[in-house]
Design a protein around this ligand. Sequence first.
Ligand code: PMP
Length: 388
Amino acid sequence: QTSNVWNFGPGPAKIPTSVLQRAQAELLNYNNTGMSIMELSHRSKEFENLNNKTQRDLRTLLNIPNNYKILFMQGGGNTQFSAVVYNLLAAKRHQLGEDLEEEFNPPLDYLVTGSWSSKAAEEAKKLYDNINIVFDVKKLKGSYGSIPPKEEWKLSGSKAAYVYYCDNETVNGVEFNHIPEIDPSVPLVCDMSSNILSRRFDVSKFGVIYAGAQKNIGAAGLTVVIVREDLLIRSKIFDNKNSGIPAIPSMLDYKVMADFNSLYNTPPMVSIYISSLVFEWLLELGGIEAIEKTNSIKAERLYEAIDNSKIYKSPVEKSVRSKMNVPFRIQQEELESEFLKGSIELGMLQLKGHRSVGGIRASIYNAMTLEGVDFLIEFMKEFERKHC
Ligand code: PMP
């Protein structure tokens, strides 16, 4: 709890107070260098150590196997929307072999469960013409809030260069409760920007996982990419100007980033530093298993408060409700602005729903305490008593 506010922001989001205090204490003199982390060279021994330690701690937290590389990239989730297209088309081209005779045009499969996966698919369409929308919940149902059963998915099978999905839709509050099962020869690509580090999952099921830092990892500026090593192998054909396939811009190239240990250019050093403190905080708490327990309790209490009330409603089907972003509406929608005003007066900030959907949204990432969630629930009950 920083001063007297509860920050329910969707990202940038609350950072653990102890992390901010440590960053403050170390701001003028990082690790006895006499300089701030902002002033150090990214080629210095100190930064190299920090870079490696931050990767090691993330590997421990998520139990990342040795055949995966951790990359520290820039440009946020939005940049990854294009990076995955370039990199995984290159990997697919390599997989098909140098003497491929037919035209190279594999489908890219997208599961669209909310506004972020929709944006990712739109961005991919700018770069490539064979995008297969496996399903788009908004087109099927009129709005996001559910995931169709597997029998209804129109996957391309082994032909696809990858299958893409967003594990937790930050705006719509839709979270997968399982890892989608796909053809094992096809890499699964996942946007975990808003739920990475919130619960345990099996990294080995994925080809690529990426996440912007500004929710559960730390401060904006850093995007963490976890990529399986075999996807970094580059076909010679791909680098041939006459192949008809565009070469990958270096800053988007996972292989370049891996070869340079994420030090190809000047990295977002402050953001990497804050992440290292967040990872240490998580390890001290007992790792992902411990935070996962608290996250479940927080979400259960909040959804229970919504479901047991006469005025609040959740727009999301129970089985796919997000444990990180909890959107809800008030039956009489005109009361929502009064609710938001009242919440701000009590120090509960950034509860307004995303501008594209309206309503209220409580983002309850790792750094939001149970106490903060209980405070919100009390306010919700009080508000209901006043209006019932
Ligand atoms: N994916 C998800 C799930 C997100 O929540 C966000 C941002 N809120 C993005 C992608 C885009 O991230 P950025 O703003 O870092 O580009």
